[in-house]
Design a protein around this ligand. Structure first.
Ligand SMILES: *[C@@H]1O[C@H](CO)[C@@H](O)[C@H](O)[C@H]1NC(C)=O
Ligand SMILES: *[C@@H]1O[C@H](CO)[C@@H](O)[C@H](O)[C@H]1NC(C)=O
Ligand SMILES: *[C@@H]1O[C@H](CO)[C@@H](O)[C@H](O)[C@H]1NC(C)=O
Ligand SMILES: *[C@@H]1O[C@H](CO)[C@@H](O)[C@H](O)[C@H]1NC(C)=O
Length: 322
């Protein structure tokens, strides 16, 4: 009785004090904190096949990165085995694990599509990615599949998710559905809503989320993501879009090698990719300082090979291809 009375008085006192303070206290007690990622964190990303875990000759390479970005399904026996994630997280320096999945494309080979998934919910094929089709990300049936992937990532121990292909508004705004040709459109507004929904669910499950590319909507979603992942902002001359963001959150940045998709030939001078490059033209230059981006040089296959800005090269061992 007395305890209840005291608790009531305390609760009333807090409410009378400030509602904001009360709700903050309530939230931080309700769930484990969402992981955060420091600016300039180092990383490795591998989306081709499965990592060899444990490697045949440990320690795993690179053995010092802060963050691993790996495929949610390929490294977990389709979501059934968390041992690779646990292994990485338990390395001596305790790196974080970011789990990648495609949020905006229908990948034919994935096994988590509901049996009754409407074929009008995906349309045109992604340019350069046969077997992947742009999804109607504004549809709740599509979002439910992606929400389940976020829940799965949390259950498997991923610290964060890296949902890809959230920028279909740029490549294929108008999409005829794949069965009857019913048209859906992809817009920036729809991507913003989708990312906000995914971010809320990720945070409710105590994991972080990143924004992959989609620079056009960065200002509208930067407050709900913990990091960004970028491909080719130097080649595309758009790294300065991250100037504000990278003051407080990391930008995991990839520049690709030219040449073959499986090239393993390092760049000998990484100044342009890592330090300073001209975002303007030769006659009207605009040099941008990119030293605060977390840059990896990779090949297009995103295999185990990585070159860091100091030109050191590392090779993560992958499981043999089946
Ligand atoms: C989508 O439609 C195209 C053209 O009819 C067809 O070739 C392709 O197999 C379809 N893809 C899927 C995943 O159903
Ligand atoms: C669909 O997109 C609109 C913005 O265009 C947004 O207001 C709405 O919440 C979205 N619906 C879903 C299910 O994401
Ligand atoms: C590397 O490239 C930058 C930019 O092109 C140049 O200024 C610098 O002198 C080069 N460094 C070396 C060691 O060649
Ligand atoms: C990079 O980050 C440091 C703090 O770590 C800051 O002092 C510096 O201004 C940043 N550089 C740029 C170009 O944003």
């Amino acid at each position: 009785m007395i305890n209840i009375a005291v608790a009531t008085t305390l609760a009333l006192g807090l409410q009378a004090g400030t509602t904001a303070a009360f709700s903050l206290r309530y939230k931080s007690r309700a769930a484990t904190a969402v992981p955060t990622f420091p600016v300039r964190a180092t990383w490795q990303i591998i989306l081709r096949n499965q990592l060899q875990i444990p490697p045949t000759s440990p320690p795993i390479q690179p053995d010092t990165v802060d963050v691993w970005d790996i495929d949610l399904f390929e490294n977990t026996n389709n979501g059934q085995d968390s041992s690779a994630i646990t292994y990485l997280k338990n390395l001596p320096h305790k790196p974080k694990v970011v789990c990648y999945f495609s949020a905006g494309s229908y990948e034919v080979d994935r096994t988590d599509w509901p049996a009754n998934f409407d074929r009008d919910l995906y349309g045109k094929e992604l340019i350069g990615w046969p077997g992947e089709y742009w999804l109607d990300i504004n549809n709740t049936a599509v979002q439910d599949v992606m929400f389940n992937r976020i829940r799965l990532a949390a259950k498997l121990g991923c610290d964060a998710v890296d949902p890809d292909n959230v920028d279909g508004y740029g490549e294929a705004p108008s999409n005829p559905g794949n069965r009857t040709g019913k048209v859906f459109t992809l817009t920036e507004d729809k991507s913003v809503a989708f990312i906000q929904n995914m971010a809320q669910l990720a945070h409710d499950n105590s994991i972080a989320i990143g924004l992959k590319n989609a620079i056009e909507i960065l200002p509208r979603v930067q407050s709900v993501v913990e990091f960004a992942v970028n491909e080719q902002c130097v080649a595309q001359k758009e790294c300065s879009s991250y100037n504000t963001f990278v003051q407080t959150k990391p930008v995991f940045h990839i520049e690709y090698l030219s040449g073959a998709d499986d090239s393993h030939t390092p760049i000998t001078n990484t100044t342009t990719q890592c330090t300073r490059y001209n975002e303007g033209t030769t006659s009207s230059p605009n040099f941008v300082d990119i030293t605060n981006l977390s840059t990896d040089i990779k090949n297009m296959d995103l295999d185990g090979w990585v070159e860091f800005c100091d030109t050191t090269v590392k090779q993560t061992e992958l499981a043999p291809e089946e």
